[in-house]
Design a protein around this ligand. Sequence first.
Ligand code: ATP
Ligand code: MG
Length: 230
Amino acid sequence: PLPKIKGDVKFDQLVFEYEKGRPALKGVTIDVKAGQSIALVGHTGSGKSTIINLLCRFYDPVQGRVLIDGIDIRDVSIESLRSQVGIVLQDTFIFAGTIRDNIRYGRLDATDAEIVKAAQAVNAHDFIMNLPDGYDTQVEERGNVLSMGQRQLLSFARALLADPRILILDEATASIDTETELKIQEALKALLAGRTSFMIAHRLSTIRHADEIIVLDHGRIVEQGNHDAL
Ligand code: ATP
Ligand code: MG
């Protein structure tokens, strides 16, 4: 298993194809120090999600390696990998149950106090307290009670509570009002602090938060640098 990890991540000359002869990654190398945040940007089909798929071991590379703290992730169990790598997906996953249960998902041992603390840290506490039954409010799978922005904040609270060393964020493209947008940006800062993170970023404001921006095109890195340099 992976010991308590620091969170260095290296993608070492990754080559991958979903279908023979149609490479989705053509030799991608990214060296990330623990605690850094990386924004992956590029046109549709450029390979952003594929990089994430390989980090999560949904697939293994055809060539090259993914290393965490210098260890090839193929040499550790999937469970131990998944316990260190958290994902916040574009289509925020809300299930039928209470708000509390939805935040607790992935950390079933969390206390009520820990749940509230996580919600506060990502600006979700206030809107939760305004719901009819607060943390005990029932939500549906489609999240009918919640706006897109609120769903996003809820998923941030869930990720913060799970506290993975490495965090993947596939940002939603849905439009969100300016006030919620500001809350999300603040929450994002709290969520990223002290973790290595990979963001498939659509909003410019999110990209600005990143220590390093990686621009992909047709399975290759075509530009790399911080927001000021690019
Ligand atoms: P988007 O912005 O649309 O999410 P992306 O940058 O995440 O795009 P990828 O999903 O990594 O792009 O796709 C890279 C390439 O791999 C594309 O050519 C895509 O068609 C192909 N691809 C992605 N997933 C699959 C799959 N499950 N089966 C076959 N080909 C796939
Ligand atoms: Mg994608």
